[in-house]
Design a protein around this ligand. Structure first.
Ligand SMILES: [Zn+2]
Length: 218
């Protein structure tokens, strides 16, 4: 079977979205790019029973390469992001509760925690467009530029990375930040981090990354 390992990974992460509470039913989708091809969750299939053969393969133009079921309704969104971000090879999209709640209230999720360095800083909220439309793909991929997370107005959240593991973890971080922000807002006006503070946090992350890589057990 073509891309069996990658399709199995997509099916596993789709189930992971469900079991971790990031989505209910099938309200999210997952994809991986392999060269000119994209493997993506199918539309309206129960994620609890997905297997690798249920994951569709399309090319970057959206033509079907191999598919047992209709690919996700948000396939145009995934393809638009891959097209404008050559470094991105994995995308996770959810309707997670707190990010979606934030999407109805704000124009961006401000930098309220240093962990948002991993998302590219404050997370923009793309304008509302009909789900599955080219218009949604256009406004969302535009808002995402230079970042690895975007919130879609009255819709949900989306993260990108160079691996599915990382894109998934960014979705968890984004949802956690949205939760923190909503909780803080329920009591007062949350403070935010400046660009300088975020820049210093980024340098600190990079420094610890180097330390981990060169660490010698004693
Ligand atoms: Zn959606």
């Amino acid at each position: 079977m073509l891309y069996e390992t990658q399709r199995a990974e997509v099916a596993e992460k789709a189930l992971g979205l469900l079991t971790s509470g990031l989505i209910v039913n099938t309200s999210g989708n997952v994809s991986l790019r392999i060269g000119e091809h994209v493997v993506i969750t199918p539309s309206g299939r129960d994620y609890r029973t997905l297997n690798s053969g249920d994951i569709a393969i399309v090319n970057l133009k959206g033509d079907l390469i191999e598919a047992e079921f209709l690919p996700s309704s948000e396939t145009p969104l995934h393809l638009a992001i891959y097209e404008s971000n050559p470094d991105v090879t994995a995308i996770v999209h959810t309707h997670s509760v707190d990010a979606t709640a934030i999407s109805t209230l704000l124009d961006q999720l401000p930098a309220i925690h240093y962990q948002m360095v991993d998302l590219g800083g404050a997370v923009p909220i793309a304008p509302y467009r009909t789900f599955g439309s080219k218009e949604l793909a256009d406004v969302t991929s535009k808002a995402l530029q230079g970042r690895s997370a975007v919130i879609m107005k009255n819709h949900g959240a989306l993260t990108t990375a160079d691996s599915l593991e990382k894109a998934f973890s960014r979705c968890v971080t984004l949802e956690w930040c949205a939760k923190v922000y909503l909780r803080a807002m329920s009591i007062g006006s949350p403070s935010t981090l400046s660009d300088d503070q975020m820049h210093l946090a980024k340098e600190q992350f990079e420094s610890f990354q180097k330390k981990r890589a060169t660490f010698k057990p004693t």
